[in-house]
Structure formats: C-alpha cells, structure tokens
Design a binder for this molecule. Structure first.
Ligand code: 3Y8
Ligand code: NAP
Length: 249
C-alpha cells in the first residue's frame, strides 16, 4: 500500500500535493509549524518537527511511508539532510522536488554572498534603506548592522524585533512585480537582500530591483547532500511510477 510523505512548505510542494490528491494517491503533507496559519492542503497534514533523523525514521516506520518527496525550500538544509539520512537508514526511496537557482540577467546588479553571515558582513557600510526580504528566523544576525533603515517582509505579525530602524510589511507570497516595485519605491529602497530561493513565488523583488536599477545582495544556497533531484511534478509522477506506485491513470 503506497503512502507518500511530502515534506512541504513551498509553491512546488503545493502543486505536487494538488496533483497527488487528484490522483487519489495516499499521502501526508508535512509542515514544520513555522507560521501561524499555513496554507490548507488537499491532503492530510501533519505539523511540527519529527525529532531529528531518529524521529523521522521512526515516523517512516510507524506510518509505513513507502516514498518521501522532499519539496522543502532550498534553505531548509537541516530538513533535507535529515531526510537523506533517515531514508537511507530506513530503505525508503527519497526524491527531492527542487527548483533551479535564480541566475543574473542583463540589467541585474547582484553581489553574491555565501550565506547569511556573508550578507551581514556586506552591510557594514554607510546607512542605506535596505529591503531585507529574508524572513524572520535570521533577523538577529543583522542586529550587528543597526545603521540601516530596514524594510522587513514577514509572514506573521512579529513580536519584538532586533533591529531599531525598521518598517514591517506582513505578507506571505507568492508576490507580484507590480506590488514589489510599488513597495520598494514607497520605501525608497536602495538595496535588496535576498536568498537564492529560486522558483516563481519570490522572484518579483528581483524583477522589481532590475526595473528600478537597484543592487541585490544575493545569498547563495547552502550545500545539500547527494540525492535524487527532480524539477517538476511530472518528473515526480514518473519517478513514483518507476518505483512501483500505481498512478491509476
Ligand atoms: C511555513 C507555508 C505558496 C507557498 C508560498 C516559495 C514561495 C512564498 C518566497 C520575500 C521572501 C522567505 C519565507 C518565502 C517564500 C513562498 C511559499 C515562500 C520567503 C510559507 C509557509 C511557511 C513558510 C516559512 C517561512 C520561513 C521564512 C520563509 C518567508 C505556507 C508561507 C523569507 C524565504 O516567520 C517565520 O518563521 C518564517 C519562516 C521559513 C524564512 C525565514 O528565515 O524566516 N518561509 N513560508 C512552512 C512550514 O511550517 O513548514 O503557509 O504556505 C511558504 C512560502 N514561502 O505557494 O503559497 O515556494 O518559496 N518564505 C526566502 O525565500 O527568503 C519570502 O518576502 O520576498
Ligand atoms: P530547517 O532549518 O531545514 O529545519 C529545521 C528543523 O525544522 C528540521 O530539522 C525539522 O525538525 C523541522 N522541519 C523543517 N521542515 C519541516 C517540514 N516540512 N516538516 C516537518 N518538520 C520540518 O527548515 P526551515 O528552513 O526552518 O524551513 C521550515 C519550513 O519552512 C519548511 O517546510 C520549508 O520548506 C519552509 N520554508 C523555508 C524557507 C527558508 O527560507 N528556510 C522558505 C520557504 C519555506 P526535526 O529535526 O525535529 O524533524
């Protein structure tokens, strides 16, 4: 009996969940529980960590999971590493559904930094108006550069923030070029800080930066362990069919 575990939290995971539900393939969608009201899914949902590699391996066994699709965000490196280890231990087939990194186009002015700390170091100059579009979890690291005026975009209303001079927009994506361009003009943004998330859900700020001739501080992705990597829902269905799943089509 097939039982897919989809490690979710992205636009691609949501597209996969929709197709899997339409095909009637037994599956569970998993959120970490990072935000207040995660998007509802057409599948049974579980929320919260598994408890490391051992916890995930136990979950796979206790719920007779037959296949794992890691459709988490490219920066969810710990989850992805745990999935590789737990599936290897348990002998459960694993495939990642990922999206290519964004690449610079004509008119882009990107400065690449290797990680969050690299972005913080690159901000050690004179005060600027900075669109810090990296979410909430790593804001503390930017507190060592309080000289800037930051525009923050968060999924949930924040508690106390570690940055003295900041404006907050509470908004979850996917975002649009028109809205991001208007937002950046309204706040007279001079620099955009972005993770290289890839995909369509968050690229609007890059297209807006290009249109406005603004520089971007692009945080490159963390390294991930070797695993099967697929880049479309169709490829996932093909992988499942070749792993013995009857797609019923
Ligand atoms: C909880 C589940 C969809 C999926 C929406 C995608 C697109 C919009 C772009 C900006 C960048 C950021 C952030 C972002 C994007 C999609 C996708 C994506 C970036 C939700 C969601 C969950 C999260 C967690 C959240 C993090 C934060 C990161 C905001 C749902 C909406 C900045 C990443 O407050 C917090 O704790 C937020 C935590 C991890 C990164 C951070 O460090 O703060 N995502 N985002 C998932 C869970 O619990 O398992 O409610 O839908 C999903 C989405 N976020 O089609 O509806 O697929 O990438 N999410 C980044 O890329 O830098 C926003 O503002 O321009
Ligand atoms: P992370 O740092 O790689 O993971 C930290 C821990 O959170 C994991 O070890 C696991 O806990 C738990 N976890 C993460 N994703 C989970 C999932 N889908 N289901 C169950 N537990 C999960 O992860 P993260 O960067 O915080 O991302 C958390 C969620 O937000 C993921 O769903 C991801 O797709 C989504 N997201 C993240 C970003 C981002 O910028 N990081 C952007 C958009 C969406 P245990 O060890 O206890 O199992």
């Amino acid at each position: 009996m097939t039982h897919l575990l989809i490690l979710g939290g992205t636009t691609e995971a949501n597209a996969l969940a929709k197709t899997v539900a339409e095909l009637g393939i037994p599956a569970t969608y998993s959120y970490a529980g990072r935000v207040g009201n995660p998007r509802p899914q057409p599948l049974p949902v579980r929320v919260g960590g598994f408890g490391g590699v051992a916890g995930l391996a136990a979950y796979l066994r206790d719920h007779t999971v037959t296949h794992v699709i890691d459709a988490t965000h490219p920066f969810a490196a710990q989850m992805s590493a745990n999935a590789v280890a737990a599936c290897h231990q348990s002998g459960v087939p694993l495939a990642a559904l990922t999206r290519p990194a964004w690449v610079e186009k004509d008119g882009d002015h990107w400065q690449h930094v290797p990680d969050i700390d690299g972005a913080v170091a690159a901000l050690s100059g004179a005060p600027q108006r900075v669109f810090l579009a990296v979410g909430r979890m790593h804001l503390q690291e930017f507190a060592t550069q309080p000289q800037h005026r930051y525009l923050l975009r968060l999924v949930d209303e924040p508690g106390t923030l570690p940055l003295p001079n900041c404006d907050v927009v509470v908004s979850r994506g996917p975002f649009t070029l028109a809205d991001d361009q208007a937002l950046m003009q309204r706040h007279e943004i001079q620099l955009v800080v972005s993770k290289n998330a890839g995909g369509l859900g968050a690229r609007a700020k890059l297209d807006a930066a290009r249109a406005l001739g603004l520089p971007v501080l692009m945080i490159d992705r963390p390294a991930l362990p070797q695993r099967v990597e697929l880049s479309s829902v169709a490829q996932v269905l093909d992988w499942l069919a070749h792993s013995g799943v009857n797609l019923g089509v």
